[in-house]
Each structure stands twice: as structure tokens, then as C-alpha cells.
Ligand binder design. Structure first.
Ligand SMILES: N[C@@H](CCC(=O)N[C@@H](CS)C(=O)NCC(=O)O)C(=O)O
Length: 258
């Protein structure tokens, strides 16, 4: 494959939306190169590459084509690399509706974990700088007193919005519990993007051991400790089971630092 045809996935190591697309690519056997960005440093490159006034990861690039925002990436991958086994045509509408409902709680999940997580500065900085160059690491560490309040403002990490997030997550967890009573998979009898989205977006709460960030004991204790409310719920157990059965090894090839 020539470089123009190579697919690059831009991620942040802790990002669950990035994990959703990484998982989809791995599951579909679509070759890609992962470029891991450092939080805060990611802002300008993603703004410029995305061209939509957004600074978010994931973003995929092939040649001059760039696609930002995970549901748009799913659509584009289906067009370019389809048919995808995780998007069976006969159940498309149902799968996309479930993708939408779990995409909608992703920011709430991040908000919910960061509020108590920010008490653990050393852990946050270690995660944020995992793929940083030495100068990026220095910028993020020195700039943390400014980056943290900006991040809190942007993601609405405050008691009021965390309380709303808790209610919304709880409602989706209850929905998931009812759904998995009907079968192992959310739609049909095989893994689809509905399962991949639900499992990825809830993974920071479920802490599946396969995930290199969420699966560590330090993350479990310091970031996800607050999710005790649901820790033993059938929904989060389902997330761990789906990871164990279908995720395989994450980062078979380590990402490049971008
Ligand atoms: N709707 C977007 C949401 C992506 C998103 O919120 N990504 C977070 C990381 S999990 C992010 O990039 N945050 C940093 C920023 O907004 O600059 C998607 O589905 O891709």
C-alpha cells in the first residue's frame, strides 16, 4: 500500500471515542497507522485537519481526505471499505440508533470521571504525556495549572453537569441491562458497531483489563473508583465480557507519537 492510500488514525490514548474507531478498524481488519496526540497539544492540529471548527479526536486521514467525528468516520469507512461485517445492511437503522444513544453519553462519562480524577494530578499527567515528545511533556506539565481549568470549563466538569451526567449514564446503563436480557449482542447475533460503540463509550467506567489505560489498577482505583454505583452491574459486566470475547490485543503495534 502506498503512503497516499495508507489510513492514519489520530487519537488520544485516554479517548473512548478514539477507542471506538480503533476497535472498528481492528475488528474489520482495515490497516491503519495510529498517531497518538498529546492532550492540549492536539488542539491546533485537529482544528486545522478537521476543518469543522472542532478540535476533537478521533480523526482519520487518507491522502488529502480527512474525516473527523466518530459517526461520520463510521459512515466514511463503510463507504470506502464496505461492506463491513459490523454494519449489516438489514439492521442498519437500529445499529445507527444505538450508536447515537451511546455516543451521546461519551462526554458525560468523561465529565463524570475527570471531576474526581483531577485530584490525582500525577496520574493525569502521566497518562496525558505517554506519547509526548520531551518538549510537549514540558509544556503540558508546566501549563497544567492553566490547561486544567480550561479543560474543566470546556468539558463542563462541575458538580451540576456531573450530576446530570450521572443520571444520563444511569438511564443508558438501565437501557443496556434490559437489552442484553434479550441476547448477547445488541442487534442480531453477532458483533456490530452498536456493541462496539456501547462497549467503548462505557469502557472507562467498566475498566476492561484488555484496555491499556482503563485496565490499569491505578486508573480503576483513582479515576473509575467513583463508578462504584455501577461497578457490578450486568451492563458493565457485559462491557468486560464483550472486550474479553472480541477486542483482542489493543496496540499490537504501538502508536506513533504525533
Ligand atoms: N462527537 C465526537 C466526540 C469526540 C470527543 O469528544 N473526543 C474527545 C476525546 S474522548 C476530545 O477530542 N476532546 C478534546 C477536545 O474536544 O479538544 C466523536 O464522536 O468523535
Amino acid at each position: 500500500m502506498s503512503n497516499t492510500n495508507a489510513l492514519t488514525l489520530y487519537t488520544i490514548n485516554m479517548s473512548h471515542y478514539s477507542e471506538k474507531i480503533r476497535w472498528l478498524l481492528d475488528y474489520e481488519g482495515i490497516p491503519y497507522i495510529e498517531q497518538a496526540l498529546t492532550p492540549a497539544i492536539h488542539t491546533l492540529p485537529m482544528l486545522l485537519k478537521g476543518g469543522r471548527g472542532q478540535t476533537t479526536v478521533p480523526l482519520v486521514q487518507r491522502g488529502s481526505k480527512r474525516v473527523q467525528d466518530s459517526p461520520r468516520i463510521v459512515d466514511w469507512l463503510a463507504q470506502e471499505y464496505g461492506p463491513l461485517k459490523s454494519l449489516p445492511a438489514e439492521s442498519l437503522d437500529e445499529i445507527i440508533a444505538i450508536q447515537r444513544r451511546f455516543d451521546a453519553i461519551g462526554k458525560g462519562v468523561a465529565r463524570y470521571l475527570y471531576l474526581p480524577g483531577f485530584a490525582h494530578k500525577a496520574l493525569i499527567l502521566d497518562i496525558w504525556t505517554q506519547f509526548a515528545t520531551p518538549w510537549e511533556s514540558r509544556i503540558v506539565r508546566a501549563g497544567y495549572p492553566i490547561i486544567k481549568p480550561m479543560f474543566k470549563l470546556k468539558l463542563k466538569i462541575n458538580k451540576k453537569h456531573v450530576a446530570i451526567a450521572e443520571q444520563r449514564i444511569d438511564a443508558e446503563i438501565k437501557w443496556l441491562e434490559a437489552r442484553i436480557k434479550q441476547g448477547r449482542y445488541l442487534v442480531g447475533d453477532s458483533l456490530t458497531i452498536a456493541d462496539i460503540t456501547a462497549a467503548s463509550l462505557l469502557a472507562p467506567l467498566a475498566c476492561p483489563e484488555e484496555h491499556p489505560i482503563y485496565g490499569t489498577s491505578e486508573f480503576r482505583e483513582k479515576m473509575a473508583g467513583v463508578a462504584k454505583l455501577w461497578a457490578d452491574s450486568p451492563a458493565l459486566q457485559w462491557v468486560r465480557d464483550i472486550y474479553a470475547a472480541h477486542r483482542g490485543q489493543i496496540w499490537q503495534v504501538m502508536p506513533n507519537a504525533a
